[in-house]
Design a protein around this ligand. Structure first.
Ligand code: V0V
Ligand code: CO
Length: 140
């Protein structure tokens, strides 16, 4: 069902500082940055490896509101790994198959994600404490 790891989402307090750190320390480069009002984040995708039908990225996430998923996470845990995003070919099909296994869905329908992707989250309480995101990337 999963085609690759699309991205690892990392909660940060200061997006610009975090981008500079990843660029200078690991030599990564930013492919896209975006503010996602619905998700309450300003985020940047840094390419790690290119692959079809989409690359693998580090996603740096800075909250734009304290009362948002990433804002609450930072308050509780500080900076660090927030979620894993797996690539899928058909997010609606994957959601239906996973729901059938009894896993609670945060999103019953896909939402708008980074770089035009369709995304949906599974509840971390049903996935061994790992917030898990399904990502149907725009083909390139
Ligand atoms: C919360 N919990 C987590 C967690 N966030 N566990 C593991 N990893 C995380 N990232 C745990 C938390 O410790 C609590 O456990 C419990 O879940 C309830 O958390 P809460 O924050 O008090 O309650 P909720 O229900 O308000 O929020 C939890 C959920 C929320 C997972 C429903 O964070 C959510 O909707 N997340 C999905 C959206 C999201 O994360 N967006 C930002 C990335 P205890 O204390 O009860 O044991 S946006 C993105 O990735 C984009 C745009 C993209 O990729 O394109
Ligand atoms: Co994500």
């Amino acid at each position: 069902m999963f085609t690759r790891i699309d991205h690892v989402g990392i909660a940060v307090r200061d997006l610009d500082k975090a981008i500079t750190w990843y660029e200078t320390t690991f030599g990564l480069t930013v492919t896209a940055t975006e503010t996602n009002e619905e998700q309450g984040v300003r985020e940047a995708m840094l390419l790690v490896a290119d692959a079809a039908p989409g690359g693998s990225y580090v996603q740096l996430l800075e909250p734009i509101r304290a009362d948002s998923p990433v804002g609450k996470f930072l308050g509780r845990n500080g900076e660090g790994v927030h979620h894993i995003g797996y690539g899928v070919n058909d997010v609606e099909k994957a959601l239906a198959a996973i729901a059938e296994q009894g896993v609670r869905l945060v999103d019953k329908r896909p939402r708008h994600g980074s770089m035009g992707a369709s995304i949906a989250f599974l509840h971390p309480k049903d996935t061994g404490g790992v917030l898990t995101e399904l990502v149907q990337a725009v083909k390139h």
